[in-house]
Design a binder for this molecule. Structure first.
Ligand code: AMP
Ligand code: MG
Length: 410
């Protein structure tokens, strides 16, 4: 059967895919699960931080008026009248002429306005001897000086990192409204595929793409809800697609069977059964790509060769996931690096080369990580990044600079 293929650039394909992607509806999740997610609503401080005037050092709480004039020649003697540690509900008040032994994090007694660190004071039995002056407020963290009630502590739209989570926890929140992770099903197709750990028959290989694409999906911020293999049977693949769409997947990523060979199962799925578009992208590795909508799920069909599957996942699956996550910056992290070798680029396709990165005195240097064959997994596993040679460049010369998409920490 002849299938119509549309020729697209990478940008045009991404644009079309994103037309079908929207930011997922916000949901409350436990703080512990919110890392790297986008905050859906401003978090406003309902209580001050610190919550009470707090000792910032281990030492003695005293009244400033008592020690204002203290010098080596005219030391001040204060009687120790109590002690307090972090967590104590009440601390002995500090009356004129007295001091209270106090530890970091303890409530600072109301009348005290200086905490003198142990190392700057001499203790003699039940007295301390102060022989220098301290400014009022020294070593006391005042109520609300860090976060005032009513202030916005984290703005909506923020991608939550560890410190954001801390500041939200410090406000006492257990859960937080975020854009949740898209649910992503990963379906590898191929009669030759066997799950790693199981015995191979002649002609079979272990499925290495499922775990790779599932791991990529998680790096992009998605939640893998299913990962497995389907045979090269259109009916079986259709059943799997429908099952995952019905189960609530936001995105279904298939791997393999997207080209024009015999038994290319995604290509064979008849268009009157499911609306899938077949694209030919001006890129290398990769080229065939399948795209469609099924119920509320987006379907992206990646090519099966490992390097093509990887590079296509970075270009097409990542933007879909980060868009659903509500992130505004959809481009993968890139740096600029120099090449050291001549790299031919025939064919008018954008070339993504698997490279290793180093730094010298002029900046990043990219070296080919090995043979760039689309099936070569060893090269892929050595690569730090994808050096992008534009389609118009016929040959990269040593010393030329190109963008490199970082793939170690996407
Ligand atoms: P396809 O895109 O299905 O024509 O597959 C292209 C090449 O990639 C073939 O050599 C397949 O055996 C291989 N391949 C496809 N899917 C996988 C997979 N999940 N794991 C490892 N290799 C695969
Ligand atoms: Mg196949």
């Amino acid at each position: 059967m002849e299938h119509q293929r549309e020729n697209l650039t990478v940008e045009e394909a991404v644009r079309r895919i994103l037309l079908g992607c929207s930011v997922l509806p916000e949901r409350a999740v436990p703080l512990r699960d919110a890392r790297e997610l986008v905050l859906a609503r401003d978090v406003v401080a309902g209580s001050p931080s610190p919550r009470f005037d707090t000792a910032a050092m281990d030492g003695y709480a005293v009244q400033h008026a008592d020690i204002r004039g203290a010098t080596l020649e005219r030391p001040v003697h204060l009687g120790i009248v109590g002690a307090g540690v972090a967590g104590d509900r009440e601390i002995t008040p500090v009356a004129p002429g007295t001091a209270v032994r106090i530890m970091t994090g303890a409530v600072c007694p109301e009348d005290a306005d200086v905490v003198i660190p142990f190392e700057l004071v001499e203790s003699r039995g039940d007295q301390i001897v102060v022989s220098q002056s301290f400014a009022a407020g020294t070593n006391i963290r005042r109520t609300g000086e860090d976060i005032a009630v009513g202030s916005v502590v984290v703005e909506r739209g923020t991608v939550l990192g560890p410190a954001h989570l801390a500041v939200i926890a410090a406000e006492g929140h257990e859960t937080i409204e975020v854009v949740p992770r898209p649910r992503v099903a990963v379906i590898a197709t191929g009669d030759e595929l066997v799950r790693p750990g199981q015995a191979l028959e002649p002609g079979q290989i272990w499925d290495s793409n499922s775990v790779m694409v599932a791991a990529l999906v998680e790096q992009f911020g998605g939640e893998v809800v299913m990962s497995g293999c389907a045979p090269d049977e259109p009916a079986a693949v259709l059943v799997a697609l429908r099952r995952e769409a019905a189960a609530g997947a936001d995105l279904i990523v298939t791997i393999g069977g997207a080209s024009l060979g015999d038994r290319d199962v995604l290509t064979e799925l008849a268009s009157d059964v499911i609306a899938l578009e077949r694209w030919s992208i001006a890129m290398k590795p990769g080229k065939p790509l399948v795209y469609g909508l099924l119920d509320s799920a987006i379907v992206i069909g990646l090519p099966g060769n490992p390097a093509a599957a990887f590079v296509s996942a970075v270009q097409f699956v990542r933007p879909a996931i980060v868009t659903m996550l509500g992130q505004l910056d959809i481009d993968p992290p890139t740096i600029v690096a120099r090449t050291l070798e001549v790299i031919p680029n025939q064919g008018g396709r954008r070339n993504y080369l698997r490279v290793m990165l180093e730094v010298d005195e002029h900046g990043y240097v990219a070296r080919l990580a090995g043979p760039q064959n689309v099936a070569n997994l060893a090269t892929l596993s050595r690569a730090d990044g994808l050096l992008v040679i534009p389609d118009g460049v016929e040959q990269a010369e040593p010393g030329e600079r190109f963008e490199v998409q970082i793939i170690r920490s996407l």
